[in-house]
Design a protein around this ligand. Structure first.
Ligand code: GA4
Length: 330
């Protein structure tokens, strides 16, 4: 049995644990070359708020290159990584998530996706080879953005609304308020030896934006919450993307699509690396149900608000808060 040293115990004591869950195979898989894709995507967004995408057209090389670059960064001495922080909101962070007391077994880089403002703090100062890192990030993000546009257009098709860019234009907009996150969940062998429980890497939450596109290495950890409240583990697949519906898309579909609650467990033996693009609309954009989607007499479930107003509320909240609550009509 592994004996946990006092410093390791101290570090872990404020991070939550939970019971292990089961693997499932019922997660929807969308093959983008399938003519039925638009219908299956809508079904997945309604039922799960989550699906896996295969045959997505993003070169595997872009994914693995960025993973290698991210690991090079995360292997730097702590003092060097700290110089790329704190995340305010962009930059390097470790264990603390947000500014309201959430913690997890994680370190991360949060980046702005607008190429003009990609945080110089994170990219140019502390990388051994900033040019390589920057181009790996840019290649990856531009490929994933295109995938995201295509998915949002398929969603519009599947919902039977026009124009088909009604959703994607918000992310194509140069003022789109999107961001990008590189997460590293270091292995934590000590904890399981002691308790048989799992250590929370990133606590349960929904994503506030419209859509999130996640890719991870082959280490498990991601779990999603189903409609009936049960948590299921998502088998990792380093060649595919996993898509989350975010709060804003739930509102834009007047609750038809489900913003999926999810969380990440740290692995006991292996590092998990994930990269997530969060597609958000411009700050001044109204987040409201799409008129073309509303049935006759159907009323909005939500009060009127802009992405800027919602984002301010998001940054004052804790991870597990139900952030849409105050924006719902009573
Ligand atoms: C969750 C989705 C994205 O990772 C993120 C997160 C943000 C952060 O890490 O700073 C938040 C979290 C996320 C929602 C509630 C607030 C803000 C941490 C937190 C406790 C970048 C985002 O946009 O919202």
């Amino acid at each position: 049995m592994v004996v946990l040293s006092q410093p390791a115990l101290n570090q872990l004591s404020h991070i939550k644990t939970c019971k292990p869950t089961n693997l499932v195979s019922e997660i929807p898989v969308i093959d983008l070359s399938d003519p039925q894709a638009k219908t299956l995507i809508v079904k997945a967004c309604e039922e799960f708020g989550f699906f896996k995408v295969v045959n997505h057209g993003v070169p595997l090389e872009f994914m693995t290159k960025l993973e290698t670059e991210a690991l090079t960064f995360f292997k730097l001495p702590q003092s060097e990584k700290d110089r790329a922080g704190p995340p305010d909101p962009f930059g390097y962070g470790s264990k603390r998530i947000g500014t309201n007391g959430d913690v997890g077994w994680i370190e991360y880089l949060l980046l702005n996706t607008n190429p003009d403002v990609i945080s110089p703090k994170s990219l140019s100062i502390f990388q051994e080879n900033p040019v390589i890192f920057r181009s790996a990030v840019n290649n990856y993000i531009s490929a994933v953005k295109n995938l995201c546009f295509e998915l949002l257009e398929l969603m519009a098709d599947g919902l039977g609304i026009q124009p088909r860019n009604v959703l994607s234009k918000l992310l194509r907009d140069e003022k789109s308020d999107s961001c990008f996150r590189l997460n590293h969940y270091p292995p934590c062998p000590e904890l399981q030896a002691l308790s048989g429980r799992n250590l929370i890497g990133f606590g349960e939450h929904t994503d506030p934006q419209m859509i999130s596109v996640l890719r991870s290495n082959n280490t498990s950890g991601l779990q999603i919450c189903l409609k009936d409240g049960t948590w299921v583990s998502v088998p990792p697949d380093y060649t595919s993307f996993f898509i989350n519906v975010g709060d804003s898309l739930q509102v834009m579909t007047n609750g038809r699509f489900r913003s999926v609650k999810h969380r990440v467990m740290a692995d006991t033996m292996k590092s998990r690396v994930s990269m997530i693009y969060f597609g958000g609309p411009p700050l001044n954009e109204k987040i409201a149900p799409l008129p073309s989607l509303m049935r006759k007499e159907e009323e909005s479930l939500y009060k009127e608000f802009t992405w800027c107003e919602y984002k301010k509320a998001v940054y004052k909240s804790r991870l597990s808060d139900y952030r849409l609550g105050p924006f719902e009509k009573c």
